[in-house]
Ligand binder design. Structure first.
Ligand SMILES: NC(=O)c1ccc[n+]([C@@H]2O[C@H](COP(=O)([O-])OP(=O)(O)OC[C@H]3O[C@@H](n4cnc5c(N)ncnc54)[C@H](O)[C@@H]3O)[C@@H](O)[C@H]2O)c1
Length: 269
């Protein structure tokens, strides 16, 4: 689906980082945006900045882990714009660094309810709207950690692998209804966002003293949120189900898939 002038995008986790990049990329194509975030003030501030720059943007606070909150988001987005074309289930957190046997039940609950539950709630609230319109697309943000192993982050990789798998199936289900519907999963490598800082302020991790929480501080080669957003919208326009921008992501995904196939072939001998 190519974003057309006047199309409406609803973006969860839109107050910051990749979500804000997606908003800017949609606006650059003449689209209108709903900035949704659990951090209500940050969402208001971001939408106001976009409006000051000439865009049609509103803020609607929602907690993606709460299905009622996401249904309210869908109702209010329709009240405001009368239509929704692109739903970006993007909100997310990072989990603490520890081996799987040391990850706490609270961390697992949180990652599953925000990352997997957030996508489920978004699809349940918005897919019927897109289906009724006959045109629309769902973009789910996962991670390169959903395409390949990432030691010390099992709650993160486990939930991201789920988002990759459910998006592949969701795309087939939507296309069965109508070829003008579809779903794409975004699996970036490192992106220069305040993910660590926001995850800490929401209580999901504790930042070690002196650490900024900015992803770019982890190493060179982080993409900008706008580069990632442009790659995502290009993939949606081309009808692709997967998009994985970032240094080394293709090699890591290829190694996983080749390892999987060679294990299956060996087992089949
Ligand atoms: N930054 C990276 O390197 C990177 C790489 C791959 C994937 N991702 C994923 O991209 C997505 C966006 O992250 P980002 O890097 O832009 O970080 P970010 O912190 O800048 O943006 C995430 C936003 O989600 C919001 N959020 C968190 N919990 C929420 C909830 N329950 N309901 C609604 N909003 C909530 C936060 O307030 C924040 O504004 C996340 O799912 C993240 O896991 C990030």
């Amino acid at each position: 689906m190519k974003i057309e002038t006047g199309d409406v995008a609803v973006i969860t986790g839109g107050a910051s980082g990749i979500g804000l990049g997606l908003a800017r990329a949609v606006i650059a194509r003449g689209g209108r945006v709903v900035i949704s975030d659990v951090r209500a003030e940050a969402a208001e501030r971001t939408a106001a900045e976009l409006r000051d720059a000439g865009a049609e943007a509103i803020a609607i606070a929602a907690d993606v882990a709460d299905s009622d909150s996401v249904c309210n988001l869908a109702e209010r987005a329709l009240e405001a714009f009368g239509t929704v074309h692109l739903v970006c289930n993007n909100a997310g957190l990072v989990s603490p660094a520890a081996p799987m046997w040391e990850q706490t039940p609270a961390t697992w609950d949180r990652m599953i309810s925000v990352k997997i539950g957030g996508v489920i709630n978004g699809v349940r609230a918005f897919a019927p709207i897109l289906i009724a319109q006959g045109r629309g697309h769902i973009l789910n943000t996962a991670s390169s950690g959903g395409l390949a192993p990432l030691p010390l982050r099992t709650p993160y990789t486990g939930s991201m692998h789920a988002v990759v798998g459910l998006t592949e199936t969701l795309d087939l289900e939507l296309k069965t209804v109508n070829e003008l519907l579809g779903a794409t999963v975004l699996c970036p490598g490192l992106v220069d966002t305040p993910l660590g800082q926001n995850s800490a302020s929401l209580g999901a991790i504790q930042l070690p003293a002196g650490m900024s929480g900015n992803i770019a501080s982890l190493g060179a080669g982080a993409l900008s949120p706008l580069e990632v957003a442009e790659a995502a919208l290009a993939a949606i326009a081309a009808g692709r189900v997967h998009v994985a921008p970032g240094t080394g992501v293709l090699d890591r995904a290829r190694a996983r898939v080749q390892g999987l196939i060679s294990d299956l072939e060996a087992a089949g001998e």
